[in-house]
Write a protein that binds this ligand. Structure first.
Ligand code: SF4
Length: 491
């Protein structure tokens, strides 16, 4: 049986790298022995080498580096150089959703997008005389890149319904941890700024209730896991989808908790969905509100009147705060720089933001417009001039570089329209983000206490996090150190 190691990389080590586990599970179903090594950026170089020495054998074919957002460190560069020197026949592969914004000299292939099919095709070419894989050339890089991030790619893995991930004892998952769950890989909508690859999806492409229940039971019985981040780009596309998993939760002997992306306008227009979300335990909501300017909302495909959105949000908030577990956490995100949005309309948005309960987290970003189409370009990226944007051709401003880095966007334009520049949009975004308090209120950061076993109720009600401050840092380090010791001691 072929063997591989997959190192999961994230910059903050708050939660496990879901993509690496998903790919490892997929490889195991295809007769590979695949082991995931997590929290990689917390490992010392010598520890990484020790682990590799204890694992690599004559069946080892590649070492992978899985990332959600691109991240690379000097230690990883030295580590990959060492791998190439000591194991020259091993391939080094990297996979991620965006484009690599770092320079790594020893990676042989990069896969961009959901990698299940692309990776198997590449491995077939490398080790089974399979067909040559299509590589993509970029003008900004000579990297060997396989694009799996659009429905025009022969390697795309959109709309898959077998989305199961089975964890292993050697993953050393501990009681109280959060994991990630994917229910579907597509979106029925097409917002003009969105570059998610599988839009305007048709038909039924959700994973089965039975598979969901099986995974939930197994993760609870084996590891004590009850809390999940949901990977779906829009979980609440249809009432049927929510109800399917809410029904599944009724078959469990514990109360799970889910956190993920939902469309607020859909909950507002289908009020009965609140009850299904409640029954499911989907109690931490990340809403892409994007704008509270009516014309801007219509321009991007989110046309519900802002007054309805504002009132509807408070109704949702009050519903969850007064029903069943009385738990609710929300992150509302906005985009600065959409068509028709002016500095004045942003001011009225921030006035509404100021009226929100303090525990609601706000996340604002400048609009990102990419110059090139790699098969998944947003409507704005394809037609930015038509929407009134021009390229200032300024790429050395700090704020512009920050924005590019945050979005892993290798070739965004530094735009301006009749109302503002991208730099001004970033300034506005940063000033609002900074005024709303700790990042720990963000629903995506609820999982940060996975490492410390803080109760979810306590975490939400107090808006406190062990991850904050010195105590949190200390607990995080202890958690990761224990994981590293477990990995080094097992083989
Ligand atoms: S922004 Fe969300 S709802 Fe809109 S198209 Fe993208 S994934 Fe779908």
């Amino acid at each position: 049986m072929h063997h591989c190691l997959i190192f999961s990389i994230s910059s903050d080590n708050v939660i496990r790298g879901f993509g690496s586990y998903k790919i490892a599970h997929h490889l195991r179903k295809n007769n590979w022995d695949a082991e995931v090594i997590d929290y990689t950026t917390s490992w010392e170089l010598e520890e990484l080498k020790e682990l590799v020495r204890s694992r690599v054998n004559s069946n080892t074919k590649f070492i992978g580096f899985g990332q959600l957002f691109t991240c690379w460190t000097i230690t990883l560069e030295v580590f990959t150089k060492w791998l190439k020197e000591i194991y020259p026949t091993l391939y080094l592969l990297a996979g991620m959703q965006g484009f690599p914004t770092y320079n790594a000299n020893y990676i042989d292939y990069y896969i961009i997008g959901h990698a299940e099919k692309a990776l198997l095709s590449l491995l077939s070419q490398l080790f089974s005389n399979g067909e040559s894989i299509e590589l993509h050339k970029f003008e900004w890089s000579n990297k060997k890149v396989i694009l799996a991030n659009s429905i025009i790619s022969p390697y795309h893995a959109g709309f898959m319904t077998d989305l199961e991930v089975q964890y292993q004892d050697r993953d050393f998952i501990r009681d109280g941890e959060w994991l990630t769950m994917e229910f579907s890989r597509g979106c029925k909508f097409k917002c003009a700024f969105c570059d998610f690859p599988y839009l305007k999806a048709k038909g039924n492409y959700i994973s089965s209730k039975d598979s969901f229940v099986t995974q939930m039971r197994e993760n609870y019985d084996r590891f004590g896991v009850k809390n999940y981040i949901v990977a779906d780009s829009t979980f609440n596309e249809t009432t049927e989808k929510i109800k399917t998993y809410a029904d599944g939760v009724q078959e469990l002997n514990f109360d799970p908790f889910f956190s993920g992306f939902l469309r607020a306008d859909l909950i507002i227009s289908r009020p009965q969905d609140k009850e299904h979300l409640l029954n499911m335990g989907f109690l931490a909501h990340a809403y892409g509100i994007e704008t509270l300017n009516y014309k801007s909302g219509k321009a991007i495909g989110k046309g519900m009147h802002p007054d309805k959105i504002k009132q509807g949000f408070f109704e949702i908030y009050n519903y969850f705060k007064t029903h069943d577990r009385k738990l609710f956490a929300a992150t509302l995100s906005f985009i600065v720089g959409l068509p028709y949005e002016t500095k004045q309309t942003i001011v009225s948005t921030t006035e509404w933001i100021d009226s929100l309960p303090p525990e609601v987290y706000i996340s604002i970003h400048p609009l990102i417009i990419n110059k090139h189409d790699y098969g998944n370009a947003s409507e704005f990226s394809l037609n930015w001039e038509k929407y009134g944007y021009s390229d200032r051709n300024v790429t050395d401003s700090k704020s512009y570089k920050d924005a590019i880095q945050r979005d892993s966007s290798r070739d965004a334009i530094n735009w301006q329209n009749e109302h503002m520049t991208m730099d001004e949009a970033l300034e506005i975004a940063d000033s609002v983000n900074g005024s709303r308090g700790s990042l720990m209120k963000d629903v995506w950061m609820l999982a940060s206490n996975a490492m410390h076993g803080m109760d979810i109720e306590e975490r939400i009600i107090t808006s406190q996090s062990y991850y904050d401050g010195a105590t949190g840092k200390d607990r995080t380090e202890k958690f990761v150190k224990k994981y590293i010791q477990n990995k080094l001691n097992c083989n």
